[in-house]
Ligand binder design. Structure first.
Ligand code: AGP
Length: 640
């Protein structure tokens, strides 16, 4: 992939095509055209957007499709893994098989792999409406089993629609919002006998978000899809066509991707795709090449994606540092000239946001508010045309984040985003975008994306301060490698404390967000109750919970708050806590000491995060949890 075009050039061209209708895939294709016209190799890194909860894949081919669909589902299972199912058509017969649990459990129970046919679709679910049951799993079928459908998203007006359909004699088998769509399509298909017309008329009645794929028993040659505010894309194969919620589902077969725009409906047969816009008019859309290699999403010899992604960080922090200076300068200029600044994110991304706030306050003397995305509504009266919202998100599809962005844009604020998925909704909604360059992150727990976010945040603040970083990245990569070598100690800690009911993470100042990150990682992977807090806060209540044997991680690098944090560690030890010190300097107060290499103060959160990620991973393994698919969670939370 010689002479790939740098982000600045791409953005200059984006500037050029911005005047076009804001149809995301249109400008990506335009971009490719502009690039190629200048003899460049343009590689779009848009998807995957790990985003939408639930994984979808459909395939129509001249070959049997079941294995292709099952392999694709396995690659997108990180998007939701409550239940799953497949439907295929063979010899005029449509068969649906589904079950509760992970794919391999369902395969054992209902033999999904035995389905036959050269057209079919599959779905992995993250439950929103309706419990985790077989009837609520997808595909959902119409009354006469004439139509079957898989869906991502939420239908907000489903109960009104359901009432009408029930009154019209339709029989419902599930508690899902999804099932109303298949009955609406069935109703329209009886009238039109046209798969595209039936689907278009049905989706026009829906309020909410949807990405759907539909099978018609009497049309074994086609698949139909439609989307609104949920990603759905087409894979252009050789003698086969794919439709999926994520490029990862078909990247093994093709990297030629067509991105569907909002409110479009597509009909696929094995030769190609017919795309219709909301007015029912046919639209032409070019395929673009996606730069994600299958190798990037394979576990290689690792037991878990999460462990592999932790190990990638010496490389990914370096690639995150490789930012386009013009874009970073634009980011910094907008922050400096803003009337008010809001840093908005959720989960781990919010912790990186707190580090941004800390450095802007302390070093750049710039006031800003760091707000959890789901709580941003409380700030809305302070957002105006001269406001800037800095948004941090790995997936770029987190519903709370997109909601906050929509609200801020309505008030005229500029959106500056730091995101991993270039083609995500957040990237498309932003005025300036900095990419994490850390590759796809499959493990539900954010690991390499968090340290990449910290690196990009530091690049931005350095630019605000007018500082140009020229060196230190190699040393930082080596330091991250050094921090990874604490694993054997961590494994011992996991054996020792894996059955403790409570865990605390404390730190001060710039390192407090790292304590929050440590607690979040342990909670989401090991299901142990964990709390992160400023060390100073202990004596205002939490100290009452500390008893003999309570494990407390104290993140305490040398520097500004070191001594104060040591006194807090003393207070903890005095009450019987097992104090696990993470620092570049040892101290007798620590029951266990995990030494991390010393790097520049602003980069310390990156090396401190490594043993915290390893603690969460090894506690999960020691407690026999699956670190890649933690219960009740999904890689990106696309429902509010
Ligand atoms: C972190 O490990 C979790 N996966 C979760 O808290 C995540 O950080 C949060 O949902 C935000 O996701 P985003 O960065 O994709 O917006």
């Amino acid at each position: 992939m010689a002479n790939a075009i740098g982000p600045s050039t791409i953005h200059k061209w984006i500037g050029m095509v911005d005047r076009l209708q804001d149809t995301d895939s249109a400008y990506l294709a335009e971009l490719a055209l502009h690039g190629r016209a200048r003899g460049a190799t343009v590689v779009i890194t848009a998807p995957p957007d790990p985003s939408f909860v639930c994984g979808i894949i459909g395939c129509v081919s001249d070959e049997p499709v079941t294995k292709t669909i099952l392999d694709g589902l396995r690659r997108v299972e990180y998007r939701g893994y409550d239940s799953a199912g497949l439907a295929t058509i063979d010899g005029g017969e449509m068969e649906v098989r589904k079950g509760v649990g992970r794919l391999q459990e369902i395969e054992a129970k209902v033999k999904l792999s035995e389905l036959t046919g050269s057209v079919g679709m599959g779905h992995t679910r993250w439950a929103t409406h309706g419990g985790v049951t077989v009837p609520n799993a997808h595909p959902q079928e119409s009354c006469g089993e004439q139509v079957a459908l898989v869906h991502n998203g939420i239908i907000e007006n489903y109960s009104q629609l359901k009432k009408k359909l029930l009154a019209g004699g339709h029989v419902f088998k599930s508690e899902t919002d999804t099932e109303v769509i298949v009955h609406l399509i069935e109703q329209a298909y009886r009238r039109t006998k046209d798969p595209v017309k039936a689907t278009s008329s049905a989706v026009k009645k829906l309020k909410g978000q949807y990405a759907i794929v539909v099978l018609f028993r009497d049309r074994p040659d086609v698949l139909v899809g439609a989307r609104k505010d949920a990603p759905l894309m087409i894979g252009v194969g050789d003698g086969q066509m794919f439709i999926a919620s994520d490029v990862l589902a078909f990247i093994e077969h093709t990297d030629q991707t067509i991105f569907l725009d909002n409110l479009e409906v597509v009909k696929l047969n094995k030769e190609g795709a017919e795309i219709y816009n909301s007015a029912g008019r046919r639209v032409n859309r070019k395929a673009t090449q996606v730069a994600w290699e299958l190798s990037e999403i394979s576990k290689e010899d690792y037991a878990h994606y999460t462990r592999k992604e932790i190990d990638e960080q010496p490389r990914t922090v370096a690639s995150a540092a490789l930012q386009d200076d013009t874009l970073v300068a634009e980011f910094a200029r907008r922050i400096r000239s803003a009337e008010s600044i809001f840093v908005v994110a959720a989960g781990s991304s919010f912790h990186a946001g707190l580090l941004l706030k800390h450095r802007l306050y302390r070093e750049a003397k710039i006031r800003c508010d760091a707000t959890l995305a789901g709580e941003f509504r409380e700030n809305q009266d302070w957002v105006g045309r001269d406001s800037v919202m800095v948004v941090i998100s790995q997936s770029g599809e987190t519903a709370d984040v997109l909601d906050a962005v929509k609200l801020a844009k309505k008030k005229g604020a500029k959106i500056l985003s730091i995101v991993n998925a270039a083609g995500s909704a957040l990237a498309r909604e932003s005025d300036t975008v900095l990419l994490l360059n850390c590759g796809p992150e499959v493990g539900v727990a954010a690991t390499k994306s968090f340290t990449a976010q910290v690196m990009v945040v530091n690049r931005v603040v350095d630019a605000v301060l007018g500082k140009k970083r020229t060196d230190g990245i190699k040393e930082l990569s080596r330091a991250v490698q050094g921090a990874l070598s604490t694993e054997s100690q961590v494994v011992e800690l996991a054996k020792k404390y894996k059955d403790r009911p409570d865990f605390y993470f404390v730190a001060k100042g710039f390192h407090y967000p790292v304590a929050l990150e440590g607690a979040l990682k342990l909670k989401e992977l090991s299901y142990v109750h964990a709390e992160g807090m400023p060390a100073s806060e202990l004596k205002h209540g939490t100290l009452a919970l500390i008893e003999r044997g309570t494990p407390v991680v104290v993140i305490n690098p040398s520097g500004e708050n070191h001594d104060d944090t040591l006194s807090s560690a003393e207070e903890l030890k005095a009450r019987g806590a097992r104090v696990i010190g993470i620092s570049d300097v040892e101290d007798a107060v620590y029951t266990h000491f995990i030494k991390v290499p010393k790097v520049e103060p602003q980069m310390m959160p990156i090396v401190e995060a490594i043993p915290l990620q390893l603690i969460a991973y090894h506690f999960a393994v020691a407690r026999k949890n699956d670190p890649d698919y933690p219960r009740n969670l999904a890689k990106s939370v696309t429902v509010k």
